[in-house]
Design a protein around this ligand. Structure first.
Ligand code: MRU
Length: 374
């Protein structure tokens, strides 16, 4: 069975708390937007598409269970604005918020029931649409890589961070391409980075790859150049939190250095993302706000974690992650630089794969983004 990060039925939403993975699968209820905001901020749910979907569904649940009797549009807009403040870099939530605001504007003169119902149905549609989009991304990306490297077997890829079922409604983006290559029997091996400091690679992607029985190997972030010098890697495939109008792409910290390494070795560098990650309003990577995360994520070995405590009924206890002394690995007094994302210049990217197909650079060496994403 596929991993499910988001469980939704009208009026109830729960998410798989990703802070406990891979040790425990614990679902937590998200009955309102405040709970969703906190879950996004603390990364109980993360990944650009999943953040957007959980945010809008939390509002759908709140509206279903406490329908506003007057002016639902105002309430919806206010709560969407609040949700968008949770994490700044991924554009998917802002995109969803803008779309849902225009939709509710278009029915603002209808009864409160109709406005509320329109919002709830549109939020639900985003959940189902994301799965379809990811499958299309998987298909287009797999085909592009097969053509680009001229083979349909023995393809080895490297991926970064987590872009799978845990980061989306299901299936995944970059991991969706890996799934698709695997089901075509084209994939011989997937490598994933640890993705320090938060370890989405070792905690989440490795977990998904093992769960899907995809032949896979974990490396630390510092081993990528060595891997490419020793293995015939066909492509590095990553996701995106925001793709600017020139193709510059913000993604998990460490993506930029992988793109430089790919260029050095002549390995294809592929960005996979739904069109909801494309932001034509932001001209280039310089305009993308990069989230700075708390220093303790770097000071501890693996960030939020659980450890075995013999004698406890369930065998585990959660470490207080704010208390860095409990799992600290660095010298007292050291400063910390912890940007959560970096920007890979378009010049280092070979293909941008969305549900609509693959965008490549034109003869002038630029991505025709405005034509592709009108
Ligand atoms: O900080 P995170 O875990 O939310 O960062 C996630 C990433 O950078 C992913 O690569 C990106 O959101 C795409 S997920 C399909």
């Amino acid at each position: 069975m596929a991993l499910q990060a988001i469980k939704y039925t009208r009026g109830t939403l729960s998410i798989l708390d990703q802070l406990f993975l891979p040790h425990q699968s614990i679902y937590i209820s998200v009955p309102d937007v405040t709970t969703a905001w906190n879950a996004i901020k603390t990364m109980q749910v993360r990944g650009a598409p999943a953040i957007a979907i959980v945010a809008v569904l939390s509002l759908a649940v709140e509206l279903h269970n406490n329908p506003p009797s007057s002016n639902p549009k105002e309430e919806i807009h206010q709560k969407l604005d609040y949700l968008v403040t949770s994490r700044p870099t991924a554009v998917n939530l802002a995109d969803a918020s803008n779309k849902l605001k225009s939709l509710t504007n278009s029915v603002a003169n209808e009864t409160p029931e109709i406005v509320t119902k329109t919002f709830i149905e549109a939020a639900e549609q985003m959940l189902t649409q994301d799965v379809e989009d990811n499958k299309a991304i998987g298909h287009h990306g797999a085909q592009w890589i097969q053509n680009a490297v001229g083979k349909t077997s023995d393809i080895k890829v490297l991926t970064h961070c987590n872009t799978g079922s845990l980061a989306t409604a299901s299936y995944g983006t970059a991991l969706g391409i890996i799934r698709s290559l695997h089901s075509d029997t084209s994939l011989s091996h997937a490598y994933c980075t640890e993705t320090r400091p938060y370890n989405q690679g070792s905690r989440l992607t490795a977990y998904e790859l093992v769960h899907e029985k995809i032949p896979s190997t974990l490396i630390t972030d510092s081993m990528a150049a060595s891997l490419l010098s020793h293995q015939q890697i066909s492509a590095i495939i990553v996701g995106a939190d925001r793709v600017a109008a020139n193709g510059d792409t913000a993604n998990k910290i460490g993506t930029f250095q992988l793109a430089i390494i790919a260029k050095h070795f002549g390995v294809k560098f592929v960005v996979a993302a739904p069109t909801t990650s494309v932001d034509l309003e932001t001209k280039s990577g310089e305009g993308i706000k990069i989230e700075q995360r708390p220093g303790w994520e770097v000071l501890v070995v693996s960030g939020p974690t659980v450890v075995n405590v013999p004698g406890k009924d369930d065998g585990t206890v959660k470490v207080n992650v704010e208390d860095v002394r409990s799992v600290k690995q660095a010298a007292d007094g050291i400063g910390v630089f912890n940007p959560s994302f970096d920007v890979t210049p378009a010049a280092l990217i070979d293909a941008i794969v969305t549900e609509n197909g693959v965008v490549e650079k034109n003869a002038d060496g630029v991505f025709p983004m405005h034509e592709a994403f009108k």
